[in-house]
Design a protein around this ligand. Structure first.
Ligand SMILES: [Zn+2]
Ligand SMILES: [Zn+2]
Length: 392
């Protein structure tokens, strides 16, 4: 089968031929990969700044945002059957018995750092025709989300952040009702999203769905399809080329939430200075090597204490965040059908993966699919698995 891999030793990104993976434990499933999204993490891996092959391998199969069809199940699989659509999670637990987070299936909170991540760190990813993994890492996708479910994984970033801040928001100020339904938990509050990439836009959609008055702030100027998307969900776009952070704060009033999705330290620091009273600042971007910046930590500390502020970093994601993500994709689809139809910029064959990953992003999310590669094999949607029913 084909797979897209990086070879750090020879600095190559290319389509390779590999053995089709086989089920080797009874609770595993074989997935036929349908859609694999590409993102900034893939760009860093393909620029050899990030990413680690599995121990003993000279290459790493990339791809962590995916949608697959189950084509084969092991004898101990209980909840899935061939034909089911799934989004597999990415992070796998560390081996340490004392890591309480990994031992309770919350490796997104791993204490040791010895976790692996499919397509990123010490485990091959999903940009391949087939993949095998344990049932417990699968998230069932309703069939009517087929076109957009590849966005579920990047959306879990916002879902996990919001799950944490809803708890904080509703349990800190006593005038907020802890029984408020999730769809209204942002009512009366304002949110500022930094960045207009897929993580920022999906974050803005989640915040708008939760009732926040949502603003998106980034460098880009119109015309730009990403700016059109912001308008399409009823949020307000402001370009940093036309308004400084101070003007923005004057326009918004008390900024209750900042959702940072850029990974730029200077930009984030400026935004922290306009965070409102009782505000929560969520960091999701992972900065690479950046220029050293000067800061006034005394001012930041003073503000954080005197304004009851929270600074929260978050990395995705647990099983409940995947479930929330799939629920929200369904609400996005019903609420903004025209916008949702623009989220996937295009589907491309594996041979184009390297140029798409390393080139300038076009549209919102580009997707690799093996469905376009060569003549379609016979058998339709429920074709038998690659191992021909063999199982151990
Ligand atoms: Zn990603
Ligand atoms: Zn751990």
């Amino acid at each position: 089968m084909k797979a897209v891999a990086v070879l750090p030793g020879s600095h190559e990104v290319k389509v390779i031929e590999q053995e089709v993976p086989r089920l080797c434990e009874p609770d595993q499933v074989t997935m036929r990969m349908l859609d694999i999204g590409i993102c900034g993490t893939d760009k860093e891996i393909c620029s050899f700044e990030y990413g680690t092959p599995p121990p003993g391998d000279d290459h790493l199969v990339i791809g962590h945002e995916s949608l697959a069809e189950i084509v084969q199940v092991g004898p101990a699989v209980e909840h899935f059957q061939p034909g089911d659509l799934v989004v597999p999670s990415v992070r796998r637990p560390c081996p340490h018995p004392g890591c309480l987070s990994c031992r309770s299936e919350h490796q997104d909170y791993c204490y040791t750092g010895d976790f692996s991540e499919r397509g990123i760190k010490e485990a091959h990813g999903y940009m391949a025709e087939y993949a095998v993994d344990h049932e417990r890492y699968m998230n069932l996708v309703p069939a009517d989300l087929r076109e957009i479910a590849v966005l579920a994984e990047p959306l879990t970033i916002a879902e996990k952040a919001l799950a944490q801040i809803f708890w904080m928001m509703q349990n800190r100020p006593p005038w907020l009702d802890p029984q408020t339904p999730r769809q209204e938990s942002g009512r009366g509050l304002s949110a500022l999203v930094l960045g207009i990439g897929p993580v920022g836009l999906l974050g803005a959609m989640t915040l708008a769905t939760a009732g926040f008055t949502t603003y998106v702030y980034s460098r880009e100027l119109p015309p730009n399809p990403r700016i059109d998307l912001v308008a399409g969900i009823g949020a307000t776009y402001v370009s940093s080329q036309s308004a400084a952070f101070g003007d923005l704060a004057a326009q918004i009033g008390n900024i209750d939430l900042v959702y940072e999705a850029v990974g730029h330290s200077h930009f984030a620091l400026q935004a922290l200075q306009v965070l409102g009273t009782n505000g929560i600042f969520v960091l999701t971007g992972v900065p690479g090597l950046q220029a050293f910046i000067e800061a006034d930590p005394a001012r930041l500390m003073r503000d954080m204490v005197l304004k009851n502020q929270v600074l929260l970093g978050t990395v995705n994601a647990g099983p409940e965040d995947f479930a929330a993500s799939l629920r929200d994709l369904d609400s996005f689809r019903q609420r903004w059908p025209a916008v949702v139809s623009t989220l996937i910029a295009g589907r491309y064959p594996a041979e184009q993966a390297a140029e798409l990953i390393l080139g300038r992003p076009t549209g919102i999310k580009s997707v690799i699919t093996f469905e376009l590669a060569g003549p379609r094999r016979s058998g339709g949607r429920h074709r038998p698995g690659p191992a021909g029913g063999r199982r151990r």
